[in-house]
Design a binder for this molecule. Structure first.
Ligand SMILES: NC(=O)c1ccc[n+]([C@@H]2O[C@H](COP(=O)([O-])OP(=O)(O)OC[C@H]3O[C@@H](n4cnc5c(N)ncnc54)[C@H](O)[C@@H]3O)[C@@H](O)[C@H]2O)c1
Length: 336
């Protein structure tokens, strides 16, 4: 068993802490740090057997007993903490995205590489049972050569505008997962990105300088094409589907629903709506990515989602942002 520390005790920090305490016996959380540490988080820590709480992340970065850290703080702190943790010789799991600034992403990845520590990025959807099943079918060769990828990714509710303002925009915050999923499924790098967007859900999102509805098309080195659509609001819950169409067939999945009860009556046959909360929709994926991180660290394996996997979606987000602004397709080489 290795001792770990968590930086950032917000929503995702607590999800990972709970999952580790319940489902990852190889890791024991020694400390959790957050500058806004409060009684509620202290009680949370006590409930899940976390020894120490602190307002200062340096307490855990300087603790020689701690072998690995989870960076779950706000995005603008990720690259700084990757660099500090790597220099302190800790293995690192860092939430997505690594940073909005490409120079900082490169510096963080290089520092971790130079320090010889593992760096895993939190693209949890790679571990989702439905998406992984499509990936496995593609990898097995059953759909042949990949020609078209389609990803629909729609949230049940838009986030508060205060969040939108600091999120980096829909491409860095939301579609970043789909950029990762597209290159994961294509097993090829993207060369060109074309984005269109609208404000159709919440005018306040437009006033904050973002769009809430977007469609992006991608061209890959392999010649494959992809289309991703995002909406910040789907009234029927979390809509998360992927499809891979190839020379020999097509693999696709459907949404997860909380239960399989079906109502049939004179009006028709209905299923329940999809999950309404991200933590419920991706419960298994969040657990599996932590188990994979523990496996990489304890058994000295390569992290399953590397620093470079963290870089490419940021490049794609930069290209999509530029494409939307300039109204033209943007090559990855223009933003690299
Ligand atoms: N993989 C996913 O699906 C997923 C889901 C949610 C969030 N995230 C990512 O996780 C990160 C956190 O998101 P969240 O929803 O938990 O946000 P949150 O606001 O709930 O939590 C962030 C926490 O970081 C703390 N913090 C701020 N500055 C800090 C610092 N300098 N040092 C330590 N802690 C600091 C805040 O006090 C807060 O408690 C974001 O980068 C987000 O993109 C990923």
């Amino acid at each position: 068993m290795i001792k770990i520390g968590i930086i950032g005790a917000g929503r995702i920090g607590k999800v990972h802490a709970k999952n580790i305490a319940m489902f990852v016996p190889e890791m024991k959380i020694k400390s959790i740090a957050d500058p806004f540490m409060n009684e509620e988080t202290e009680a949370f820590a006590a409930r899940y057997g976390i020894e120490k709480t602190t307002k200062d992340a340096n307490d855990l970065l300087n603790d020689p007993e701690i072998e690995a850290v989870l960076i779950c703080s706000s995005t603008d702190t990720h690259s700084k903490y990757i660099i500090e943790a790597a220099k302190a010789g800790k293995h690192i799991f860092c939430e997505k995205p690594v940073d909005y600034d490409l120079a900082k992403v490169h510096e963080a990845i290089e520092t971790a590489k130079h320090a010889g520590v593992k760096l895993q990025i939190g693209f949890c959807r790679r571990f989702d049972h439905n998406h992984r099943a499509v990936y496995d079918l593609v990898q097995s060769g059953k759909v042949g050569k990949v020609n078209i990828i389609k990803i629909s990714s729609r949230d049940p509710e838009p986030p508060p505008v205060s969040y939108v303002k600091v999120s980096g925009g829909i491409f860095y915050d939301m579609m970043i997962h789909d950029f990762d999923m597209a290159r994961f499924l294509a097993a090829s790098e993207v060369t060109e990105v074309n984005a269109i967007g609208s404000v159709l859900v919440d005018p306040a999102i437009g006033e904050a300088g973002d769009v809430d509805t977007a469609i992006v098309t991608l061209k890959f080195e392999s010649g494959a094409l992809a289309v991703i659509d995002n909406s910040r609001k789907a009234v029927y819950g979390y809509d998360q589907r992927v499809e891979v169409f190839g020379s020999e067939g097509c693999a696709q999945n459907e949404n997860d629903i909380p239960n399989t009860a079906v109502l049939s009556n004179s009006e028709g046959t209905t299923y329940g709506t999809a999950y309404k909360v991200m933590w419920d929709r991706y419960t298994g994926a969040f657990v599996a990515e932590m188990q994979a991180f523990a496996d990489a660290v304890v058994n000295d394996k390569e992290a399953p989602v590397t620093g470079m996997d963290g870089l490419y979606p940021v490049l794609m987000a930069a290209a999509a942002t530029k494409s939307l602004k300039e109204g033209r397709p943007v090559k990855i080489s223009e933003v690299e």
